[in-house]
Design a protein around this ligand. Sequence first.
Ligand code: FES
Ligand code: FES
Length: 157
Amino acid sequence: MAVTLQVNGATRTLDVPPRMTLADALRTQLSLTGTHLGCEHGVCGACTVLVDGAAVRSCLMLTVQAEGSSVTTVEGLSLPEGLTPLQQSFKKHHALQCGFCTPGMITTAHALLTHEANADEARVREVISGNLCRCTGYVPIIEAILDARAAYGAGET
Ligand code: FES
Ligand code: FES
């Protein structure tokens, strides 16, 4: 089936089997392998991308369901000149070890802070609890997200 969507700001038309997930299409057809696949059934959050600004588990979404949508992957949240403030914060706080969960952490945190720049620790913990990390424990991840809030306008009125 032909599916036309925006991916990281570019219009893409894909020819996909009806049951191909968005995660598989991003990885195999567009080589956007920053979107990771862990559990493949909606539990781990590694595959999180933004669909029309909302954090979505791309292993649970069929590509055909993304027709006409705007999809942003972790690659689309990067800057050509270097790390984004959120990425810098993950680095500063040592919020990753193997990094497998990190793309999903970054996309989830970006969606949260875009809509709730003043999110407090309890809110960050609640939202990021849907992203599983086997390595770090969550303290550095929480600290990194909280520290990145200013870059999203936290504290501004
Ligand atoms: Fe999608 Fe785990 S791979 S939630
Ligand atoms: Fe390894 Fe999170 S850094 S799973």
